[in-house]
Design a protein. Structure first.
Length: 431
RNA sequence: GUGGUUGUAGUUCAGUUGGUUAGAACGCCUGAUUGUGGUUCAGGAGGUCGCCGGUUCGAGUCCGGUCUUCCACCCCA
């Protein structure tokens, strides 16, 4: 929890730096909003919410209803699957209130009815940043900068930003005569890291791609070299494809202002709504999948009746980033400390005094905890120890009488009698 | 959705071919130390062996069902 909050702080700070504002949308969406947006597999993974009330009342009359129809009959709502579609809905519904181009970030949990496994959860936080209402490649550039800025702050440095353009993929499928298998092609080429070239060959044969095209595709996949040499290669490769050249042109324009990314023509991304630039951030020495990913989508709002609105967004996978930070020991120690000082009192008569003292310290901005029941000093000190509280103030009869309190440093064990003001000064100087 | 895996103390796990009273480590509690923690030492509490049923003189152990955990695939952050 502490760790997640630390991440949120880093994210929010950087989002604000780049001029994004926060919005939130409800956990639940109507089924029509969710269904059909994430591909066939995606539909299966949407959590459905049963209608409230006696939702089976009218079902009895429909004896021949198919299980599929029954499903949509008794469940009209679902839990959100990602943050982008609800955002598109939000933009369409509030188009009178927002000014284009519109920028926002959103940090909320999403749910997927998947079998959990390593790095995959049924509920996880997504952290999305989107631009909407502009086709400018400034967005692409800004988002890449934002990623660097966040990962630098988190001290993660072994990662790579992979970038591609869906139009190039579309051009390839056009050129190699399997445009009708485009979706399948995206899925297959995207997992080439996992299955390798031979696996890809096998799967493509299995899915009946034209044999001649497989060979040509391999040459493209095994392409090495820097970004501009890669660009030159595909430029000739796709010289007959209008859409392909368009994609290349977009990347070239981007490279004029931003170049710290790796072109990777095997990057495809699963979600079907992307139409142009796509990118993913992958850790170099860890195989838990991508840490964040996103891309440009034209007309995502069209399904909600708002046309010709292009948007681009990126989504950070919080849980996976936590894993990376954990395995590399990159969380700062400071986040483990809850309170700077614990007030420990020795008899119930001293509760009132202790509470007063606690509030005085809190007024000065010093995080203060108070042991919530009378207990032996030993126990209270142990509590401070286990909770990483660096200072303890001990209050007994003598202290109250003299107006001086025992301040104990838990690290070196030193302690001395100080007045309230002296304690405040000391604590403030440490912070 | 497909294939596998797991379940025993608060936690992580042992538990032999079915056999008397189910163990360890850590954590927790008490004391050594009436108002001084981390270390040490002595003692103590904690379990319907996931749940239901079956085989057996006898089941944590074998069988069936069910739920759960984790992993891989599909897919994805």
């Amino acid at each position: 929890m502490k760790k997640r909050e630390y991440l949120f702080e880093v994210f929010k700070y950087n989002f604000n730096l780049y001029g994004f504002n926060c919005i939130e949308t409800p956990s639940m969406e109507n089924s029509e909003v969710l269904n059909g947006k994430y591909g066939e597999e995606g539909d299966r993974l949407i959590y459905r919410i049963l209608n409230s009330g006696d939702f089976l009342k009218n079902i009895n009359n429909k004896k021949n209803i198919s299980s599929n129809n029954l499903k949509s009959e008794i469940s009209k709502k679902g839990l959100r699957y990602d943050l982008t579609i609800p955002f598109a809905r939000y933009v369409s519904m509030n188009r009178d209130k927002i000014t284009m181009p519109f920028k926002r970030y959103q940090i909320q949990p999403v749910w997927r009815a998947d079998r959990p496994q390593k790095g995959r959860f049924r509920e996880f936080y997504q952290c999305d940043v989107d631009y909407i209402g502009t086709k400018s490649i400034v967005c692409e550039s800004e988002i890449i900068s934002l990623v660097y800025s966040i990962f630098k702050k988190l001290k993660i440095d072994d990662f790579e930003i992979k970038l591609n353009n869906r139009k190039i993929l579309l051009g390839i499928s056009e050129e190699l005569n399997f445009k009708n298998k485009f979706e399948k092609f995206c899925v297959l080429i995207d997992k080439i890291d996992k299955i390798g070239v031979s696996g890809l060959k096998k799967e493509m044969k299995l899915s009946k791609f034209p044999t001649s095209s497989i060979k040509k595709l391999i040459s493209l996949i095994e392409l090495k070299g820097n970004n501009s040499s890669k660009i030159n290669y595909v430029k000739t490769f796709l010289s007959n494809s209008k859409i392909g050249l368009e994609g290349i042109n977009e990347i070239e324009n981007l490279m004029k202002i931003k170049s710290d990314f790796t072109l990777d023509f095997t990057l495809a991304r699963g979600l079907s709504y992307y139409t142009s630039t796509i990118f993913e951030v992958v850790p170099i020495n860890n195989n838990i999948g991508s840490l964040c990913g996103g891309g440009r989508y034209d007309d995502l709002t069209e399904i909600f009746g708002y046309k010709n609105i292009s948007g681009i967004g990126i989504s950070f996978g919080i849980e996976r980033i936590i894993e990376i930070l954990n395995t590399n020991n990159l969380f700062p120690e400071k986040i483990e400390i809850n309170n700077n000082v614990l007030i420990s009192y020795l008899s119930n008569d001293l509760i009132k005094n202790s509470l007063e003292l606690a509030n005085k310290l809190r007024e000065k901005g010093i995080p203060t905890d108070l042991y919530s029941e009378k207990a032996k000093l030993k126990k209270q000190l142990q509590y401070a120890n286990n909770n990483n509280i660096p200072f303890v103030i001990i209050i007994g009869e003598d202290e109250i009488k003299n107006g001086k309190y025992m301040l104990k440093n838990m690290k070196d064990g030193n302690q001395n009698l100080l007045t309230i003001n002296e304690i405040i000064n000391k604590m403030s100087s440490i912070k």
